[in-house]
Design a protein around this ligand. Structure first.
Ligand code: 3H9
Length: 701
């Protein structure tokens, strides 16, 4: 056969192994599909073979089609997934799949084309193509509705969510769950079944069941897809394919599926989502960190500060079964933090997403203290007190004397210089930044901030523990705001300029939300609390640090005691207990007066200008960050923005978006805005200019 597929005849069974680590991707160019086709053809013509058993080597059955091959030329003469599955549908000997672990996308479609499916205890199945902006393109849209009914299949394909082995058994996807060694159990199952007479059972020959009238079902599904996934064309394509599965013969359905996947694969949405798939995995790799660097065990964690942030951080570790000690100097704050954690878990229990036993188990792993000395046994200490350098320095000074020698001392600062914090200790190599994003138990992003002296072991351990608590870690360097907040500073500044020049907050928010952001800048500020920025501005003013063009509007709002959602009024108004923003009737007058005060003649600003200026502000700063080596790669910045700042994933992140616009177009745009009245703050990043001059993209760095 080939290296990636092995085939042998065991008694009357043609045994096929897929061996394409790490996830058994069904690569065309590496010959996985050709190998499978050759194996099945060989057994089909072999009188010794009565049935096939197909299994994946390693931890996965298959992670699906090889995503890295999308849009790339195909090696001539190699079979595709469509070739393989079409042949399998003609085979008259039963084909059994042993699903040895995750079975995803094309891997699941391959399994659905087999006649029977056995599974091990760790098996999950999914058709996650929608998350890549495409749809199952190897018969999945036609076979899954035939197997589990149109409604359930539509849900599986439009969400891309995993189906557990237990549910797969209930749905009839899996014929039997094998206890113990899967290969051994599966061989025995096939032998037994052959003795009892194992018929060929093609899913393609079944009909599709719907509980609703098909027309009503499809029109409702289309309406939902349009509303729920605006910006994402794939779910609508899935609805079209399910409609074909219900109303058309199998082969015609396959053709409709093919047309849809070919269309979707070339969309910018899919290219962006595929970029983020690889970017997220790439971000996990720290440049210059040896693969064999020693990683310490993190068995206990201490969190200093029992505020919202500290409580949220603690929950991540409790969720991963790691005991947490939470410390706060005030008994009342400590208790409040512990109560917040319990309340959050109980709310999840009420929603049916966690069992009461599991809540109790996690809460039992939590302890509290008002003494810093209590952290002495922790392997990882995370400081999450307020942003005051002197307070943090005092804590680290004390931590240095009380923590275990090998303990990792982390700060959750979002802006302060971690080198200075590390500098007060005698072990700066043990100090690192772990910048969680609020709400810390929900947001997936974690900036792992390496200071100048942070040791490779501490970085590697932090990256590993981040994965354990199910975060998406991105390693960044030290500067004011690191990557995410440094860029957001420019974005928010530009948003303020826009309202000073003529736009209203709701116009800016609507423009940026129509671009796909989860929330516009002013809604975001109202949510975060306007008082935080006000305090920073007052401090900077008192230190004589002022920007050239200081926008007074946020100060005027704060002077009224309006701090956003928490006071029911900010850029918007909020009814008591509600998070839904309503236009603040007084805001236009405040903004108008502020513009007049500076002699600015307000003008109408189009949505396209709002989007351009906010995106260029991000891209330009991102380029500087790359030039300074604060971010390792452009794609890391994209991951930070997609996972931490609500940047629309179907646009791939700010740097990928810049590449799709073309770097010269970005520069032209910046220069155009720099020539407008009040545009003199714009200066093209020299690194952006250099890349454009060399005709390169951020992706090429
Ligand atoms: C599809 O099937 C289309 C068909 O319907 C139609 C075709 C005509 N391809 O996630 P991990 C790499 S679309 C290429 O850390 P885990 C990944 O980049 C596909 N590479 O492992 C990483 O590389 P590196 C639909 C892939 O154990 C390494 O494998 N399928 C693919 O945490 C390890 O990945 C999906 O969307 C791939 N398909 O999780 C499933 N998958 O080491 C996508 C992974 O160089 N995959 N890689 O950084 C997954 O969800 C997870 O990888 C999986 C394993 C659950 C399988």
């Amino acid at each position: 056969m080939s290296e990636v597929v092995s085939y042998e005849v065991r008694g009357s069974i043609g045994l096929i192994h897929i061996n394409n680590p790490p996830v058994n991707a069904l690569s065309v160019n590496k010959g996985v599909l050709q190998g499978l086709l050759d194996a099945i053809k060989s057994g089909d013509h072999d009188p010794r073979v009565s049935a096939f058993l197909m299994i994946g080597g390693g931890k996965n059955f298959s992670g699906g089609a090889d995503i890295s091959e999308f849009g790339k030329p195909k090696v001539p003469g190699m079979a595709t997934l469509a070739d393989l599955l079409a042949y399998m549908d003609t085979v008259t000997k039963p084909i059994v799949a042993a699903l040895s672990g995750p079975t995803m996308g094309g891997g699941f479609e391959l399994a659905l084309t087999c006649h029977y499916r056995l599974a091990g205890a760790t098996t999950v199945v999914a058709l996650p193509e929608v998350k890549l902006g495409i749809l199952p393109g190897a018969g999945g849209t036609q076979r899954l509705p035939r197997m589990i009914g149109a409604e359930r299949a539509l849900d599986v394909m439009t969400t891309g969510n995993f189906i557990s082995v237990i549910e797969a058994k209930t749905l009839g996807i899996v014929d039997e769950v094998i206890e113990g060694d899967l290969l051994d159990g599966a061989l025995k199952w096939v032998k037994r079944a052959l003795r009892a007479g194992l018929p060929v059972a093609r899913v393609s020959e079944r009909s599709v069941e719907t509980s609703l009238d098909p027309k009503t079902f499809i029109s409702q599904a289309r309406e939902i897809a349009q509303k729920k996934w605006s910006g994402y064309p794939a779910p609508l394509g899935i609805v079209d394919c399910v409609e074909a599965a219900i109303t058309k013969p199998f082969k015609e359905g396959l053709q409709i599926e093919r047309k849809n996947i070919e269309r979707l694969i070339s969309t910018n949405e899919s290219k962006s989502l595929r970029h983020l798939f690889f970017a997220e995995r790439q971000a996990n790799k720290v440049i210059g960190l040896a693969k064999d660097v020693e990683v310490s065990a993190i068995e206990t964690v201490a969190v200093i500060g029992a505020g919202m942030m500290g409580a949220g951080i603690a929950m991540n570790f409790l969720n991963a079964s790691i005991p947490v000690l939470i410390v706060d100097t005030s008994e009342a704050t400590l208790q409040k933090g512990i109560d917040t954690i319990k309340k959050n878990y109980s709310a999840t229990v009420e929603k049916g997403r966690l069992s009461a036993e599991e809540r109790d188990r996690r809460v039992a792993l939590l302890s509290g203290s008002t003494k810093l000395s209590a952290v002495s046994e922790a392997d990882l200490v995370i400081e999450a007190v307020y942003e005051e350098m002197e307070v943090k320095k005092a804590i680290f000074l004390e931590l240095d004397t009380i923590s275990k020698p090998k303990a990792i001392l982390a700060t959750n600062t979002s802006t302060l210089d971690i080198n200075q914090i590390a500098g007060v200790t005698k072990r700066p190599e043990q100090v690192i930044g772990l910048h969680f994003f609020s709400p810390a138990n929900v947001m997936r992003l974690l900036e792992v901030v390496r200071a100048d002296k942070t040791s490779p072991q501490v970085i590697a351990t932090s990256m590993k523990v981040a994965k354990k608590i199910k975060k998406t870690p991105v390693c960044v360097g030290v500067c004011d705001g690191f990557v995410g907040n440094r860029m957001i500073h420019n974005y928010l500044r530009e948003a303020e300029y826009l309202i000073e020049e003529g736009a209203l907050p709701q116009e800016v928010d609507q423009a940026i939300e129509s671009f796909g952001f989860a929330m516009g800048p002013f809604r975001m500020c109202d949510l975060a609390g306007l008082d935080i920025g006000w305090a920073i501005r007052k401090r900077k003013k008192s230190e004589g640090v002022m920007s050239d063009r200081y926008v007074t509007i946020p100060d005027h709002i704060c002077e009224r005691g309006w701090f956003g959602q928490k006071t029911g009024r900010g850029y918007y108004t909020y009814e008591s207990g509600s998070r839904v923003p309503q236009d603040n009737p007084e805001i236009a007058a405040i903004i108008d007066a502020a513009s007049r005060e500076k002699g600015i003649k307000r003008r109408t600003i189009e949505a396209s200008e709002i989007i351009d200026r906010l995106m260029f502000a991000l891209i330009n700063e991102g380029a500087d960050i790359l030039a300074e080596g604060i971010a390792q790669r452009a794609s890391d910045i994209d991951v930070i923005y997609a996972f931490g700042y609500g940047f629309p994933r179907y646009r791939g992140g700010p740097m990928f978006y810049a590449d799709t616009l073309g770097l010269s177009a970005v520069i032209d745009g910046i220069q155009r805005y720099s020539k407008q009245p009040l545009g003199d703050h714009w200066a093209v990043s020299p690194y952006l200019a250099k890349l454009a001059h060399e005709n390169r993209t951020f992706g090429s760095i």
